[in-house]
Design a protein around this ligand. Structure first.
Ligand code: G1P
Length: 297
């Protein structure tokens, strides 16, 4: 049995250039799907999976994220004065116990592997989760909870969320080379970052949810730059698999649910429609809107 996963890293240092101009002065993780920013969905998913320590790896221009999860004295006082109990509930829900959230600054944008490595002292020697907020997942059971439950039965190793993608899209993802399949788990014998379709070892792509063994920090310590000139987490997982002194198993986890790539405009639009249709207070309105636009297009 594995020890429980209690800590999660949220890498939020990226520049978000794909969403310019809005990301010029606002972090991409604060882009909303309806009335919640992407980072809130990720934090709620982590909480539902039993995470107790939340570690944000931030960069310049990301202070809106810190403010968002902080107590806002003025807003609370004003809402109290106006008797807005429902709104108070909504913002108080975001608060965690003092010390549950930490922020680490990634001084240079050197890649996902480097961002994760920056949090090594706060993680210590226990398995931990990594959540990429621009992968938004709509599911019955939160995706990370599905993974934590599956991870409990393992003795060690890394686990990554995967889904099958069209061959022409492999160049956007880490892709598994599969050894054996025992659904929902895929045992990997390799993993490659952003392979071109003709070299992709499979169509099983990594989605931004990871449960990692802390041995990954030792590998990241000396990890050379990879695709895009960045220190890639994928490369460290690949090296862990073949390191003969202490090989570290890697499993893909085929999660139940729909993933929206909110790192793209199209994905964010689709997520907005899907999440509105799933909400009792917005479903009918969204159906009307869709019908209206269909009639007029
Ligand atoms: C990152 C990872 C990649 C993974 C993807 C999931 O890439 O490096 O392996 O498949 O997230 O969204 P990015 O989208 O940051 O380029």
């Amino acid at each position: 049995m594995q020890s429980a996963v209690k800590k999660a890293i949220f890498p939020v240092g990226g520049l978000g250039t794909r969403f310019l101009p809005v990301t010029k002065s606002s972090p991409k993780e604060m882009l909303p799907v309806i009335d919640k920013p992407l980072i809130q969905y990720a934090v709620e998913e982590a909480r539902a999976a039993g995470i107790e320590q939340f570690i944000f790896v931030t960069g310049r221009g990301k202070s809106a994220i810190e403010d968002f999860f902080d107590y806002s004295y003025e807003l609370n006082a004003e809402l109290q004065k106006r008797g807005k109990t429902k709104d108070l509930e909504i913002i108080n829900d975001l608060l965690m116990a003092p010390g549950q959230i930490s922020y680490i600054r990634q001084q240079e944008p050197l890649g996902l592997g480097h961002a994760v490595w920056c949090a090594r002292h706060l993680i210590g020697d226990e398995p931990f989760a990594v959540l990429l907020a621009d992968d938004l997942i709509q599911s019955q059971t939160p995706c990370l909870k599905q993974m934590v439950d599956a991870y409990k039965n393992k003795s060690s190793g890394h686990m990554v969320a995967v889904q099958e993608v069209p061959l022409e899209e492999t160049r956007h993802y880490g892709v598994l080379e599969i050894d054996t399949i025992s659904k929902p788990l895929l045992k990997a014998k390799g993993i490659v970052e952003k392979p071109e379709p003709h070299t992709a070892p499979s169509q099983m792509a990594v989605i931004g949810r990871y449960i990692l063994d802390p041995s990954v920090f030792g590998v990241l310590e000396s990890q050379a730059k990879g695709v895009g000139g960045e220190i890639q987490l994928t490369d460290a997982l690949a090296k862990g698999l073949t390191d003969c002194s202490s090989p570290m198993a890697l499993h893909g986890f085929l999660f139940e649910g729909t993933r929206f790539d909110c790192g793209t405009r199209q994905g964010l639009l689709r997520a907005t429609v899907a999440f509105a249709l799933a909400r009792e207070d917005l479903k009918d309105e969204m159906l009307l809107i869709l019908k209206d636009y269909q009639l007029h297009s």
